[in-house]
Design a protein. Structure first.
Length: 274
């Protein structure tokens, strides 16, 4: 079993490196604090984890907190503690020497997810539920730019953004508001062409990949990756089928442009074109 998982890892890393060498010329660039700002540090087991939202990141942070001795079980850690508790250090909080020492000696890992599924998952989470950040900041701007004859109420609250409007925003070169980590490219979030990750896990094979990773770093036997869904737990996870339903709302041209937008992520992580 392990042998097979080692082979999968080596193939994933090979594809990632080949894509980098083919499309990116930044392998001689200096790594700055900006490049490592999404990387969380666990010093006890010497792990660096690059956070990719909507690819199991809440549960990964729980695992890191347990490894670090900050909690005895992943079940004990609330969502807000994970994201707003500041219990985990980020790599950009260290000085130049601290950053490079950890990059050179710790096990560096990231977990990714099929780009369209990740996008739909982010849309459902941020725009289909009450949210006192995404609605006023993104929702208002999206509705006022892309909705003809928007009601006063929609413009006031920013609630009720439609998927089609969200995609128009995403594909617009002159976006009314900037990018957000929940729909940015993994390529941009984790700089995989600059940082040589030791482990590339996939959301689609999360349990197997996660437990293999925990085995590799010598984590305690009783620590397994939590299976629970962190937010809106009564709602079905975003699946391929659900993703197709959302993308069916778009024109063929919007679908193609969305694919082009995430092209590097599709290529680098070997996901087939939907």
């Amino acid at each position: 079993k392990w042998k097979n998982l080692y082979q999968i890892q080596s193939k994933r890393k090979q594809i990632m490196r080949e894509t980098c060498s083919k499309y990116k010329s930044n392998n001689r660039r200096i790594i700055t604090p900006y490049h490592v700002s999404r990387i969380f540090v666990e010093d006890k087991y010497r792990v660096l984890y690059c956070e990719v939202p909507k690819a199991g990141c809440s549960n990964w942070k729980r695992v890191l907190m347990v490894l670090n001795g900050l909690a005895s079980s992943t079940k004990d850690i609330q969502h807000n503690t994970v994201h707003y508790g500041n219990y985990l250090k980020r790599l950009d909080g260290f000085d130049h020497k601290g950053i490079y020492h950890r990059l050179n000696t710790y096990t560096k890992m990231l977990f990714i997810r099929e780009p369209f599924e990740k996008l739909v998952s982010a849309f459902r989470d941020k725009f289909e539920h009450p949210n006192n950040y995404y609605h006023p900041v993104f929702g208002k701007a999206i509705i006022s730019r892309y909705r003809v004859n928007a009601t006063k109420e929609a413009l006031r609250t920013g609630s009720g953004v439609k998927f089609k409007e969200f995609i128009q925003y995403l594909l617009d070169v002159h976006r009314p508001v900037g990018m957000d980590i929940h729909w940015d490219h993994v390529n941009r979030l984790c700089s995989p062409c600059l940082i040589d990750y030791d482990f590339v896990g996939k959301f689609e094979s999360m349990e197997e990949d996660a437990n293999f990773f925990l085995h590799l770093i010598g984590a305690p036997q009783n620590l397994t990756f939590p299976k629970f869904k962190d937010r809106h737990s009564n709602e079905e996870r975003t699946t391929t089928k659900i993703t197709q339903q959302y993308f069916a709302q778009l024109s063929p041209s919007q679908r193609q442009r969305s694919y082009d937008f995430y092209y590097m992520d599709y290529l680098m992580f070997n996901y087939s074109k939907p």
